[in-house]
Design a protein around this ligand. Structure first.
Ligand code: 13P
Ligand code: SF4
Length: 302
């Protein structure tokens, strides 16, 4: 099918079915362009919680669509590619978390939104990379466990005086960045500022001029007077950065900054999701209700 025809069909189906397309900044540019809303995990979950659409097509990975379903149980939530997951979300399992909780009943569990519904249901509060700092600060007088991203957890522990244990999970895309990547790129682009997502390791994060969620990074480059940036996050964000700041230069920190799960989705998957209403996300009600509490606490603190 020709691309222009497919785009026309997507628009027609969207209208006919009262559907809305949500796309994460890590999606391919053509998907971001056709989406009704593009954003980071927090923004998209806020949209999912309040949309009037009957169908939410969530162009991202499984935990994002699942979060949308937890927040909007009456909507039909579709994930265009059934197998698009987040390896980090699977690094904490219910069995291991249950064991941890039994041994440490006094610890509040803070779950990164990059986690499964079952893990959220076992947690006290959720965070995303853009609100983790404020929410963790709000709980700073408590004993905490942060799951599953050790890098964001280590960054918080380094910045604040916390009693917070961190789960040994990581994002396989950001975790591979090294201080040598930064040194090489700084040498190649001495005028550029280095900006990074907190899913990178602490030694890399500490070298940055600015640290933020994908939306935080985007807002920073828009506001900054600097003209060149070395970007330490998944390369999908460059599409939006270039569109927002055509007069600025963006250099990806490493050519390996591509999340293969995020990049599984193509325009044709969006088309088939809308046409055949595949692949629908479901969450058992008793899990959803518990997970909702942790997510709702997060949204109220955001
Ligand atoms: P944010 O959307 O919160 O920046 O997180 C990035 C991410 O890991 C999505 O997979
Ligand atoms: Fe998961 Fe990392 Fe991919 Fe985000 S970029 S979906 S955290 S593997």
């Amino acid at each position: 099918m020709e691309k222009s025809f497919m785009i026309k069909e997507i628009k027609r189906l969207k209208k006919e079915k009262n559907a809305v397309i949500l796309a994460h900044y890590y999606q391919e540019g053509d998907i971001q362009d056709i989406a009704d809303y593009t954003g980071d995990s927090l923004y998209l979950s806020q949209i999912a919680a309040k949309t009037d659409a009957d169908i939410i097509v969530f162009s991202g990975v499984h935990f994002m669509a699942e979060t949308a379903k937890i927040l909007s149980p009456d909507k039909k939530v579709l994930l265009p590619v059934e197998g698009a997951g987040c390896p980090m979300a699977d690094m904490v399992t219910e069995v291991r978390l249950q064991k941890y909780k039994e041994k440490n009943p006094d610890r509040i569990v803070v779950a990164y939104v990059n986690s499964t519904a079952k893990i959220k249901a076992m947690s006290d509060v959720c965070v995303t990379s853009s609100n983790a700092e404020n929410i963790i600060k709000a709980y700073s007088d408590k004993k905490l466990l942060y799951v599953p991203d050790q890098n964001l957890g280590n960054y918080m522990n380094d910045k604040y005086d916390l009693d917070m244990e961190v789960w040994p999970g990581f994002c396989c895309v950001h975790n591979d960045l090294t201080i040598f990547d930064v040194a090489d790129m700084r040498k190649a682009h001495p005028e550029a500022e280095f900006i990074v997502h907190p899913e990178a390791k602490l030694d890399v994060v500490k070298l940055a001029d600015f640290i933020g969620s994908t939306k935080g990074l985007l807002e920073y480059v828009i506001k900054s007077d600097t003209k060149e940036f070395i970007v330490g996050t998944e390369d999908g964000i460059l599409h939006t950065m270039k569109k927002a700041c055509p007069d600025k230069e963006f250099y990806i920190l490493s050519k390996d900054l591509r999340c293969y799960d995020m990049k599984m989705t193509h325009l044709s998957d969006i088309y088939y999701a809308l046409k055949d209403e595949q692949f629908e996300i479901t969450v058992p009600e008793e899990i959803r209700k518990k997970a909702f509490i942790a997510l709702d606490r997060m949204l109220k603190l955001s």
